[in-house]
Design a protein around this ligand. Structure first.
Ligand code: 9D3
Length: 296
């Protein structure tokens, strides 16, 4: 079932052909990508897995391939779990100088991303029906969390719009965008890294993306607690010992130690997370013990 989109609004239908002067699909990563966008329908299931298509709209397409060609995202693309198309908004300008920004009405500093190239790009690539979430990466969006990432896996296609300059024309937000996402309370120079972060967080949740069938299940952020400390060989390094319990082979004791370490860390570093975490009776007792230790 498709989830209902939040804030989905009516839109004008416009269709322009992209300019040919500089295809952003120059890079080998985009070779073989279906460029017949009129028939861009993906089935929900491929090899018994979710598959997703990401359509990125940016003024800096060259940022994307290096990350998408690495490690887990590369493998997910090769396995057909995801397909990422990166489109240069500038390809959809129709003026001589390929202008994408302009001064704000009412004055003030900075430049604003013009509406026409963005509408043309998104409608030209996705087709006139625009039946997927069209997400603007912006400091004013709702903050990306594990829950938001999980929610986004429910859509077979996602459009990600990366802002630059001071912002985008508000008519884009009102009539094209269906969702606005921020990655946190700090100031970046644009939405490109946030878009990659959305792709990364969403992709690793797709079945099979991590190799391990229930890989993402074990995540600390899925359980609502921070992770316990990890150790590997050697058992002693510069005189620093790996905790004895981890060498004991006693799996029940190890599991209890790890759980307690998770609880201790979460209490110390992210007490806010304890409020929504799933805690057992024993977990609560242990937390009370830790709190009492501190006060005595
Ligand atoms: C100095 C201009 N800012 C006024 C307070 C507005 C502003 C506009 C555009 C600040 C940063 C940006 C560029 N950032 C993003 O496009 C962005 C972002 C971010 O900066 N932080 C967290 N998440 C995101 S998602 C997109």
């Amino acid at each position: 079932m498709r989830k209902k989109l939040i804030g989905f609004r009516c839109r004008r239908m416009l269709h322009f052909e992209p300019r040919k002067y500089m295809k952003s699909s120059y890079h080998p990563i985009w070779k073989g990508v279906n460029t017949d966008h009129s028939s861009c329908q993906t089935s929900r299931f491929r090899l018994e897995s979710w598959s997703m298509e990401f359509f990125v709209f940016t003024l800096l397409p060259e940022i994307f391939p290096p990350y998408l060609e690495s490690s887990i995202l590369q493998r997910a693309r090769q396995r057909g779990l995801i397909d990422v198309q990166v489109h240069n908004i500038r390809d959809w300008t129709t003026d001589r100088h390929h202008v994408t920004d302009d001064e704000p009405y009412g004055g003030g500093g900075g430049m604003v991303l013009k509406p026409e190239p963005l509408f043309s790009a998104v409608e030209g690539i996705l087709g006139p029906q625009l039946d997927c979430p069209i997400i603007l990466l912006t400091p004013q969006g709702r903050v990306l969390t594990q829950d938001v990432a999980a929610e986004l896996t429910g859509h077979p296609r996602l459009a990600l719009i990366c802002g630059r300059y001071e912002g985008v024309d508000e008519r884009v937000c009102e009539h094209l965008i269906t969702d606005e996402i921020s990655i946190g309370d700090y100031v970046l120079t644009g939405g490109e890294l946030p878009a990659l972060i959305v792709i990364d967080a969403v992709t690793r949740l797709l079945p099979g993306a991590l190799g391990d069938p229930d890989g993402a299940q074990d995540d600390s952020h899925a359980s609502g607690l921070l992770e316990y400390p990890h150790y590997t060989r050697p058992a002693e390094y510069r005189g620093w010992q790996v905790p004895e319990v981890l060498l004991s082979g006693d799996h029940a004791r190890i599991a209890r130690w790890r759980r307690e370490q998770s609880l201790k860390r979460t209490l110390e570093r992210r007490p806010d997370m304890l409020e929504s975490a799933q805690l057992s009776e024993n977990d609560r007792k242990f937390i009370d013990l830790l709190k009492n230790d501190k006060t005595t």
